[in-house]
Design a protein around this ligand. Structure first.
Ligand SMILES: Cc1ncc(COP(=O)(O)O)c(C=O)c1O
Length: 441
C-alpha cells in the first residue's frame, strides 16, 4: 500500500451504525479524537467496516510495535492458544512466563541480575513498582514529574500529573507524592536555557526541594519517564537522568523508569534509558511488549525484588498467550526492528524539520527513534499553545486517511509501528504537509 483509500464520508454508514451502539453502551469516559472503527489491520494499514483504508501512525497508542497482526506474532499466539490459554502464574508455573522473565531480566539496562513481576497493563506495572518501592524502602514519600502519565489506577493516577480531568473528582489520592518540573527545555520551568542552565531542574531537587519540604531520607522512589510520553514526547538533555540518578543514589532513593511508552525498541534502543546511560532500579514495561496483547511487566534488581510470597500478585498477569506474543515481539525487535526505528525515525524527524523551515506554527520538532512529536504554536516568539490547530490538523489527517494522535498541550504525536517503511514515512509527511497548509497556520 502506498496511499490511504477513503471511499465514503467519514464515518461511513457501517462505522456510523457501530458508533451509535457504542454511544449507547460503552463508557463515555473514553476519549475518541475521531470516529475510526477498526475492522481489520495489517502492518500500518487499518481497514474500517466500510472498506476505507487508513495509514496508522499511532500503532494503537504505541502498542503494535511489530505492526498490526505481524504473522510471526499471530502464529506464536495461535500456537500458544492451542497448547495453554491460562493457568495463573500467581499459583502455578508455566513455560512462556518463565521464558519471558528470563528474557526481560537480561534486556533492561543493568547487570541482568533482575526479577520480573507480571501484570496486564502499564498502570499495573507502575502500581507494582510503587508498591515494591514502598515495601523495599519502608519509606512513604515519592517524587514524580509534571506532565507525567503513569496510568489511571489509584496509585498510578497519584503519580500522574498530565491532565486535570484525569484526577477530577477522584481525590483524595495517595498522599506523599511531590511533582516537580521535567526537563522540558523548549518550555523551561525556570526560564533558563540548556546548556547554560547547568540543569537547574536537577540541581533544584537537592538544593531546594530536599532542603525545604521533602526530607530525602523519607523518599522511596523517583518515578520518571525516560522520555515523557503523554506529556508531549519531551526528550530531556543527555545528562538529565544521569545527574538525577546520582542524587537518588546518594539518598538511597530508588530510580523507577516508566518505559511503558518509550520501551521495547520504540526509540531506536530496546529501552529509552539506554540513551542516557542509566540503569534504573525498577523498570515498568507494557504497551509494545506484546504487540497488542495485554501485558505489563515490572523488572527490578533481584536485591530489591525481595518481597515475600503473597505481597503482590495478579490472576491474569503474565498470561501464557501474552507472554508468547511478547517472546515473538522481542525476537522481531532484535532481528532488525529496533534498527529500523532508529533509521526511519531519523527520516521522519528530518522531514518534519524540513517542514518547520517554511511552516511557522511548527515550534518544536523532537524525539528519538519513532517516538516523535511536532509541537504547534501560535507564534514562535510567544510559543502560545496551538491546541485548536493541532486538533484541526488531526481531524483533517483522519479525513485524508492518516491516523494521528496528539500529546502534550499542542503537539502532534508520531508513533508508528517499528515496521514502518520509507514510503510510509513519506506518505505521512506529505499528508501532514497538506493538512498544515489547510489549517490556519
Ligand atoms: C508512560 C506510561 N505509563 C503508564 C501508562 C499506562 O498504561 P496503561 O494504559 O496500559 O495502563 C501509559 C499509557 O499511556 C504510559 O504512556
Amino acid at each position: 500500500m502506498k496511499n490511504p483509500v477513503i471511499n465514503t464520508t467519514l464515518p461511513g454508514p457501517k462505522s456510523a451504525a457501530l458508533i451509535d451502539v457504542d454511544t449507547r453502551h460503552v463508557s463515555p469516559s473514553y476519549t475518541r479524537s475521531y470516529p475510526l472503527v477498526a475492522e481489520k489491520a495489517s502492518g500500518l494499514w487499518v481497514t474500517d467496516p466500510d472498506g476505507n483504508i487508513f495509514l496508522d501512525f499511532t500503532a494503537g497508542i504505541a502498542v503494535c510495535a511489530t505492526g498490526h497482526c505481524h504473522p510471526r506474532v499471530v502464529q506464536a499466539i495461535k500456537d500458544q492458544a492451542d497448547r495453554l490459554l491460562h493457568m495463573s502464574g500467581t499459583d502455578f508455573y508455566y513455560t512462556a512466563q518463565i521464558q519471558l522473565a528470563n528474557k526481560l531480566a537480561g534486556l533492561v539496562p543493568g547487570n541482568g541480575n533482575n526479577k520480573v513481576y507480571f501484570g496486564n497493563s502499564g498502570a499495573e506495572a507502575v502500581e507494582a513498582a510503587f508498591k515494591l518501592a514502598r515495601w523495599f524502602t519502608r519509606r512513604e514519600l515519592n517524587i514524580a514529574f509534571f506532565g507525567a502519565f503513569h496510568g489511571r489506577t489509584m496509585g498510578a493516577l497519584s503519580l500522574t500529573a498530565s491532565k486535570v480531568i484525569q484526577k477530577k473528582h477522584y481525590n483524595p489520592l495517595i498522599p506523599g507524592i511531590t511533582h516537580i518540573p521535567y526537563a522540558y527545555c523548549y518550555r523551561c520551568a525556570y526560564n533558563m536555557q540548556y546548556p547554560k542552565c547547568d540543569l537547574e531542574c536537577v540541581r533544584w531537587v537537592e538544593d531546594s526541594l530536599f532542603r525545604t519540604t521533602v526530607p530525602p531520607e523519607e523518599v522511596a522512589a523517583i518515578f520518571v519517564e525516560p522520555i515523557q510520553g503523554e506529556g508531549g514526547y519531551v526528550v530531556p538533555p543527555p545528562e538529565f537522568h544521569g545527574r538525577l540518578h546520582k542524587i537518588a543514589q546518594k539518598y538511597g532513593i530508588l530510580y523507577v523508569a516508566d518505559e511503558v511508552q518509550s520501551g521495547m525498541g520504540r526509540t531506536g534502543k530496546m529501552f529509552a534509558m539506554e540513551h542516557f546511560g542509566v540503569a534504573p532500579d525498577i523498570t515498568a514495561i507494557a504497551k509494545g511488549v506484546a504487540s497488542g496483547l495485554p501485558l505489563g511487566a515490572m523488572v527490578a534488581n533481584s536485591d530489591i525484588m525481595v518481597w515475600e510470597a503473597g505481597s503482590h500478585a495478579s490472576t491474569f498477569g503474565g498470561n501464557p498467550v501474552s507472554c508468547s506474543a511478547a517472546l515473538a515481539t522481542i525476537g522481531l525487535l532484535e532481528d532488525g526492528l529496533i534498527k529500523n526505528a532508529e533509521v526511519r525515525g531519523a527520516e521522519l524527524m528530518a522531514g518534519l524539520r524540513d517542514l518547520q523551515k517554511s511552516i511557522e506554527c511548527i515550534g518544536d520538532v523532537r524525539g528519538k527513534g519513532l517516538m516523535v512529536a511536532a509541537e504547534l504554536v501560535k507564534d514562535r516568539k510567544s510559543k502560545a499553545f496551538a491546541a485548536d490547530w493541532r486538533n484541526e490538523l488531526i481531524q483533517k489527517a483522519f479525513e485524508k486517511g492518516l491516523l494521528l494522535l496528539g500529546c502534550g498541550e499542542s503537539a502532534i504525536r508520531f508513533s508508528p509501528a517499528l515496521t514502518v517503511s520509507k514510503e510510509e514515512i513519506d506518505t505521512c509527511l506529505s499528508i501532514v504537509k497538506e493538512c498544515l497548509q489547510e489549517v490556519a497556520c
